[in-house]
Design a protein around this ligand. Structure first.
Ligand code: UDP
Length: 321
C-alpha cells in the first residue's frame, strides 16, 4: 500500500498479539514498508506458524510473553499496536479471565510502555462494543447495547474498558493514542477450529460435514478481508486521530445466506445445511459498519470482494486440512 505524504511513518513497530491472525498480517505489512517489528505474544490463541516465515527477516523479532503480567523491554519504538486478545465467541467461554486481563492489565502495561516511549498507540477495539445494536448500521457515535453479565460480556466489556483506559491515558498523561473498531474479518491464518462462522462453514464444507447455522440464520454480519482491514489499520495508525474509526466491510449477509454462499464457492462439497441452537443468547441480531468516517479520515474502503477473499481463504484452509 502507498500512504499519502502527510501520513506518519514509523521505524519500530511493536505488535502485541503479533502471532495472531490480524497481528501477524500487520507485522508482515510493516516489515514490507521497511520498519523494524517486534511481535509479542503468549501463544494462547496465536501460533508460531503465523510468523514462521517472518523469522529471519531483517528487523523482525518475536518475544513470547504474557503482557497481562508485564511488558518486556523492547528498546525504543515509535508505534505500539495493542492486538493481543482471544477474539472468537468460542474463546469467551473458554478464556474469559484471560480476555478480561489482557484488555485491562495488558492495556495498562502496553499504554505505560507507549507513554514512556512517547510512541503512538492504537488499540484494537471491536464492533462488539456496540453489543446487540439498536442502531443500524453502526456509527462510531452509537453508545451500544451491551449486557454486562451476558455470555459475551467478558469480551464486550473488556474492550469497552480498554477503550476507556486508552482515552484516560490520553487525557491524563497526553499519550498519543487512538483506536479502531474492527468488524468481522476473515482470511488466511484464521484458526480453522476457532469456532467463528467463516472457519466453521469452510471447514465443514471441505470435510463434507453439515454447515451449522445457529438460530434461525436471520442474524446478519458483514465480512472484511484481512488485507483490507490491515490497510485501514495502517492508515489510521499513520494519522494523529484519537477518536475511534469503524473498519469493516459494509456488505451485509444473513448467516443462512452466507452458508449458501460458502457452498456455492466449494462446488465439489456435498454438505447440507443444518440448524443448531444459538451458541450465545446475546448473539447480535444485526451488524454492519457505517464507514463514512474511515472514508473521510483515512481515504479507506474495502477493495477485496467477498468472492475473491473467500477463494483465498478456502485455499488456505485446504492447505491446513
Ligand atoms: N454462526 C453460525 N454457525 C457457526 C458459527 C457461527 O451460525 O458455526 C453464527 C453466529 O451465531 C453469529 C454469526 O454466525 O450470529 C457470526 O459468528 P462468529 O462466531 O463468526 O462471530 P461474531 O460476529 O458473533 O462475533
Amino acid at each position: 500500500m502507498v500512504l499519502e505524504k502527510n501520513f506518519r511513518k514509523y521505524s519500530h513497530v511493536v505488535v502485541t498479539g503479533g502471532a495472531g491472525f490480524i497481528g501477524s498480517h500487520l507485522c508482515e505489512e510493516y516489515l514490507k514498508q521497511g520498519a523494524a517489528v517486534t511481535a509479542i505474544d503468549n501463544l494462547v490463541t496465536g501460533s508460531f506458524k503465523n510468523i514462521a516465515k517472518l523469522e529471519g527477516t531483517k528487523g523482525f523479532r518475536f518475544i513470547e510473553h504474557d503482557i497481562s503480567a508485564s511488558m518486556p523491554d523492547v528498546g525504543e519504538f515509535d508505534l505500539m499496536l495493542h492486538f493481543a486478545c482471544p477474539a472468537s465467541p468460542v474463546d469467551f467461554a473458554k478464556m474469559p479471565l484471560e480476555i478480561l486481563k489482557v484488555d485491562s492489565l495488558g492495556t495498562f502495561n502496553s499504554l505505560d510502555a507507549a507513554t514512556k516511549a512517547k510512541a503512538r498507540y492504537v488499540l484494537a477495539s471491536t464492533s462488539e462494543v456496540y453489543g446487540d445494536p439498536l442502531e443500524h448500521p453502526q456509527k462510531e457515535s452509537y453508545w451500544g447495547n451491551v449486557n454486562s453479565i451476558g455470555d459475551r460480556s467478558c469480551y464486550d466489556e473488556a474492550k469497552r474498558f480498554a477503550e476507556a483506559t486508552t482515552v484516560a491515558y490520553r487525557r491524563k498523561l497526553g499519550t498519543d493514542s487512538g483506536m479502531v473498531r474492527i468488524f468481522n474479518t476473515y482470511g488466511p491464518r484464521m484458526r480453522l477450529n476457532d469456532g467463528r462462522v467463516v472457519p466453521n462453514f469452510c471447514g465443514q464444507a471441505l470435510r463434507g460435514e453439515a454447515l451449522t447455522v445457529y438460530g434461525d440464520g436471520q442474524q446478519t454480519r458483514s465480512f472484511c478481508y484481512v488485507t483490507d482491514l490491515v490497510d485501514g489499520i495502517i492508515r489510521y495508525a499513520a494519522t494523529d486521530r484519537t477518536e475511534p474509526v469503524n473498519l469493516g466491510n459494509p456488505k451485509e449477509f444473513k448467516i443462512r445466506d452466507f452458508a449458501d454462499f460458502i457452498l456455492k464457492n466449494i462446488p465439489q462439497s456435498n454438505s447440507k445445511i443444518e440448524s443448531r441452537p444459538l451458541l450465545h443468547l446475546d448473539d447480535p441480531k444485526q451488524r454492519r459498519p457505517d464507514i463514512s468516517r474511515a472514508k473521510e479520515w483515512l481515504g479507506w474502503e474495502p477493495r477485496v470482494s467477498l468472492e475473491e477473499g473467500i477463494k483465498k481463504t478456502i485455499e488456505y484452509f485446504r492447505t491446513v486440512l
